[in-house]
Design a protein. Structure first.
Length: 179
């Protein structure tokens, strides 16, 4: 009985195991694509929740006629819960009232923060187009969130997401802070 030595030509013609090799080459690419899609979806969800937090805080605050330090603390704390189930350790919220002067330039009347730094009173704020009515007061909510990717978080720096909104008070022309 003679053993046959495989030749190069015979090796090239052999098709056994081709599907396994192709599978082994394609699977890592598919897994990376799936994980990247998951991470993009998570970041988009966090950004949406940050926008919801911003809008809802402005909406609730605009309904007050005056705000005490307890009111501000309660509203900021409740608004931060909108970010659930994501951690709020990297969430910063600044709630301010901005009043425009005769030139339409915004000046901070009062400001309070949740895990951040409040704006200093009389700080100039750039008002968006259409929000420059002299003597008008607006509620300004600014939110910032540092999103740390779940997958590959050791390799990717946190992504800073920001949002802000101006809103007119509903029942009064200005909401004084009594804190």
């Amino acid at each position: 009985m003679r053993l046959r030595r495989p030749t190069l030509r015979g090796f090239a013609a052999d098709r056994r195991g081709v599907a396994a090799v192709e599978f082994a080459l394609v699977v890592p690419i598919v897994i990376v694509g799936y994980l990247a899609g998951f991470e993009v979806m998570e970041a988009a969800t966090v950004d949406r929740k940050l926008a919801d937090t911003t809008v809802q805080l402005a909406n609730v605050t605009a309904q007050y006629t005056t705000m005490s330090s307890t009111d501000v603390s309660n509203v900021l704390g409740a608004s931060a819960q909108i970010m659930t189930p994501y951690p709020t350790t990297s969430l910063s919220i600044v709630l301010s009232e901005v009043t425009t002067d005769n030139a339409g330039v915004g000046q901070v009347t009062w400001s309070q923060a949740y895990q951040g730094t409040a704006l200093a009173t009389n700080t100039t704020v750039t008002m968006p187009s259409g929000f420059q009515t002299k003597g008008a007061s607006y509620i300004l909510v600014q939110t910032t969130y540092a999103y740390q990717p779940i997958i590959g978080g050791a390799f990717i720096k946190p992504i800073t997401m920001t949002n802000q909104i101006f809103m007119l008070p509903r029942s009064v022309s200005s909401i004084p802070y009594t804190g």
